[in-house]
Every structure is written in structure tokens, then in C-alpha cells.
Design a protein around this ligand. Structure first.
Ligand code: AMP
Length: 452
């Protein structure tokens, strides 16, 4: 089949009816307003329905949750549960927010089926979770730590699990959950279906997959940074001490109404949210030190437009599903280049246009180069008038990114320059043109952070 036909097949003609889903699930999908499966759904659903293991390379934003949830619900509803309800499907996620989102999706897609699901994660009282588990559930979504707490308190039986989903497995490993994952695996029956989702495929992920999956079908959809021609990217070089001022200026002058801003530290997130609030911008911070209640409230306020700027650390923001988020700002570049891809994946979701802006100080040039090596392209650089970096400032040693070869499936920065504000000038001093990728600044040797 030619590429064009292949394209037609997936994007124009394929419907949910073609995937072998039951009437109840088709009804739920239509209730959600989805007209066509996304590529990951088109590829994963038939394979999971056949009961096969999958190793899927897909990020949040591709529709992967429905990709595993719909066939999982169908398989569970086809097999009659034993007399007493026990957990038959287990979904492990790295963060509380992602767990809550996956759980919401399971409830939405399974609303016409007689299956019960629950979500458990840390940071909230364990008591109500024990009560829910006691009533018997079919599908459990959990973060690894709290799951093991329940196992040690003997409030959870995992001996009947038929389907295991590891969602965002790369992030689970990044967060140090590998030992917990291995403990959980040891509690599950040997005979089961395994679905592993990961945005990146490091050696550790491959090792985990080798030990876990049984002749898996490999499913890949384009990475967010390749599909996301809809995400335009731009770097504004600026002195560190002027970043906050520039951010306020961009939000105000561009009239951004919903902005997700990333900082590297929890303290930095708090401080920035406070400063922005002083600038008159309704802001909230979301990070691991906040109580679950505060995190949920901040997210809800942001989604409802009560909060205009949500400042987040990487871990807190992981998996956040905020529809049609138009702007993501990297207030500080992440130490790990892959996190840049995850961050900008918050915007341009499910087919919407998005804009990813990075404020980069001279200390962060090494981090920027690591990111560009991963993306296999240069992100256009635009200096905002009045915020030109002071050439007399020398780089302080910056924390460098993970020193590993930037291999993997690279992306491209096509369609980038669109992020540039109207007032922007490129670094050649010319008026910035849309899509002008040639406006790149070669960092001068004296201004580059020393490589570690
Ligand atoms: P996910 O990658 O699972 O986090 O999904 C990202 C977003 O895409 C969510 O807001 C979903 O509700 C939405 N979505 C999932 N499947 C579809 C579809 N087939 N059509 C339109 N939107 C979808």
C-alpha cells in the first residue's frame, strides 16, 4: 500500500466501528464526541482485543488512554467475573494526576458497562480507598507506592489480574519506581496480558519490556515533537534576572489567557506564582510538596479559567490533560532533554494549535544544545525588543542535562517560528518573519556555559 493510501486509510476512512468494539463502547466513544480513532487507537485497539501484549511508543496527547482502555473494557466485560469481584485489570501510572485522569477516562468509556473501577494514590488518606477496595472492583488504577501500601496492609488482592498496563513507563523509571514495579510484578499471575506505554525507549525500558512482555506487537506513533507540527516552538534569549518581567510582558502583550509555565524547582514554582500574582496575573503553583487537595484545586481552577497562569514542576505536570492548552512556557529549561518534549506535549493536543516558548538565559545554552540534539533541529531564536541579553553577563555554571547520547527518534522543528510575537525581532536585528528558521543565533563561544 502506498504511503498516500495508508494515510487515507488511517485519517479519513477509519472509524471506531471498524475496530471491533462493542455497541456499549461505541456509544461511550460517541458520547465523548470522538468521530475517528487516533493513529494509536487504530493500531492498538485490534491488537489488544486479540489478547496480545503490546509495546507502544506514544505520549500523552496521542489518545493512548482510550487506546488501551477501550479494548481492556471490552475484554473484561466479555469474560464473566468470578463470584466475588476482584481486580482483573491493573493500570500503573507514575503520578497522581495521571492516575486520576486515566481513572476518569475508564469511567467515561465504561459508563455503559457493568464494570467497577477505582483509583488509588498517595498523598490522601488510605481509609476511603480501603473501603472502596473492600466493595470489590474490576479495574484498579494506581501509583506504585500506594499500591504496595495496600498490599502490605492486605487490603488488596492482585492474584487475579488478567491485564496489566504500565502507562508512561519511562517516567516511572525516571522517578525511581523500578523496584516498586518489580515488587508489583511478582504479585501478579504469570499468565496475563501486558500493555506497556512509553514515550521514549531507553535501555532500561527495553530491559523491562524484555522481562515483562510476551512476543509483543510493537506499536509506534509519531512522537509529539514530530507530529506536533501543530506546536510552534521559539526560544527567547534573556537574562535570568529579567525572565519574570519578560514572562509578564508576553502574557500581557499577547493576551495569553491560559499558560502553563515550567520551572525546575518547587521553590521556584512557588516564588514565580507569587511574583506573577503581584504583577496582577491570577496564578497558582502545582508541585509535589502541595497537598493533593491543593493540586486538584489549582488544576481545576486553571481548567475553568479562574487561574490564568499555572506554574508547575515537571513531575507535577506529567500527564496533565488540559484540552486545547494554547501556551506552554519553559521558564527554565529542564535538566533532562526528554522533559522538554514532555513539556511541550502539553500544548497542541488532540489536533489543536499550540505554542511552546522557552526563556533561555546564558547559563542554559548547554541544556538548549542537548534539547536541540534530541530534536535533531534548532529551535528558532528571537530576541524580544527591550529584553536583549546583557553581553557583559558571563555564564554561571548551570546544572547540565543528563549526559547521554541524544539518540532515539528525532523530531523536527518545522512550523516553528509561528510562536514569535509581533514585536519580535530575530537575532540579526531584522523583523521576525513567520516560519523563518534561518534566524538562528550561533552562540558566541565566550557566552556559552562551560560544558561539564
Ligand atoms: P491521551 O493521550 O489519552 O491523554 O488523550 C489526549 C486527549 O485526546 C484527551 O483529551 C482525549 O479526550 C482526547 N481524545 C482521545 N481520543 C480521541 C479521539 N479519537 N478523537 C478526539 N479526541 C480524542
Amino acid at each position: 500500500m502506498g504511503r498516500f493510501q495508508y494515510f487515507l486509510e488511517y485519517y479519513f476512512f477509519m472509524t471506531f466501528n471498524d475496530l471491533g468494539l462493542s455497541a456499549e463502547l461505541l456509544r461511550a466513544v460517541s458520547d465523548q464526541g470522538y468521530s475517528q480513532p487516533t493513529p494509536i487507537q487504530a493500531k492498538a485497539i485490534p491488537v489488544v482485543l486479540e489478547g496480545r501484549d503490546i509495546l507502544a511508543g506514544a505520549q500523552t496527547g496521542t489518545g493512548k488512554t482510550a487506546g488501551f482502555t477501550l479494548p481492556l473494557l471490552q475484554r473484561l466485560s466479555a469474560n464473566k467475573p468470578s463470584q466475588k469481584r476482584v481486580v482483573r485489570a491493573l493500570v500503573l501510572t507514575p503520578t497522581r494526576e495521571l492516575a486520576a485522569q486515566v481513572s476518569d477516562s475508564i469511567k467515561a468509556y465504561g459508563k455503559h458497562l457493568p464494570l467497577r473501577s477505582a483509583v488509588i494514590f498517595g498523598g490522601v488518606s488510605i481509609r476511603p480507598q480501603i473501603n472502596i477496595l473492600r466493595q470489590g472492583i474490576d479495574i484498579l488504577v494506581a501509583t506504585p507506592g500506594r499500591l504496595l501500601d495496600h498490599v502490605s496492609q492486605k487490603t488488596l488482592d492482585l492474584s487475579q489480574v488478567e491485564i496489566l498496563v504500565l502507562d508512561e513507563a519511562d517516567r516511572m523509571l525516571d522517578m525511581g519506581f523500578i523496584h516498586d514495579i518489580r515488587k508489583v510484578l511478582a504479585l501478579l499471575p504469570k499468565q496475563r496480558q501486558n500493555l506497556l506505554f512509553s514515550a521514549t525507549f531507553s535501555r532500561e525500558i527495553k530491559q523491562l519490556a524484555d522481562g515483562l512482555l510476551n512476543s509483543p506487537t510493537l506499536i509506534e506513533v509519531a512522537r509529539r515533537n514530530t507530529t506536533a507540527e501543530r506546536v510552534s516552538q521559539v526560544v527567547h534569549q534573556v537574562d535570568k534576572k529579567r525572565k519574570r518581567e519578560l514572562l509578564s510582558f508576553l502574557i500581557g502583550s499577547q493576551n495569553w489567557q491560559q499558560v502553563l509555565v515550567f520551572t525546575r524547582t518547587k521553590h521556584g514554582a512557588n516564588r514565580l506564582a507569587g511574583q506573577l500574582a503581584k504583577d496582577g496575573l491570577r496564578s497558582a503553583a502545582i508541585h509535589g510538596n502541595k497537598s493533593q487537595g491543593a493540586r486538584t484545586k489549582a488544576l481545576a481552577d486553571f481548567k475553568q479559567g479562574k487561574v490564568r497562569v499555572l506554574v508547575a514542576t515537571d513531575i507535577a505536570a506529567r500527564g496533565l490533560d488540559i484540552d486545547q492548552l494554547p501556551h506552554v512556557v519553559n521558564y527554565e529549561l529542564p535538566n533532562v532533554p526528554e522533559d522538554y518534549v514532555h513539556r511541550i506535549g502539553r500544548t497542541g493536543r488532540a489536533g489543536n494549535e499550540g505554542q511552546a516558548v522557552s526563556l533561555v538565559s546564558i547559563d542554559e545554552q548547554k541544556l538548549l544544545r542537548d534539547i536541540e540534539r534530541l530534536l535533531k533541529c534548532e529551535v528558532p531564536k528571537v530576541v524580544i525588543e527591550g529584553y536583549q541579553p546583557d553581553p557583559s553577563i558571563v555564564a554561571e555554571p548551570a546544572q547540565n542535562g543528563r549526559q547521554k547520547p541524544a539518540g532515539g527518534r528525532g523530531g523536527n522543528c518545522r512550523n516553528s517560528g509561528q510562536a514569535r510575537p509581533k514585536t519580535g525581532r530575530n537575532t540579526n536585528g531584522n523583523k521576525a518573519r513567520r516560519g523563518n528558521n534561518s534566524a538562528r543565533r550561533k552562540p558566541q563561544a565566550s557566552r556559552v556555559a562551560p560544558s561539564a
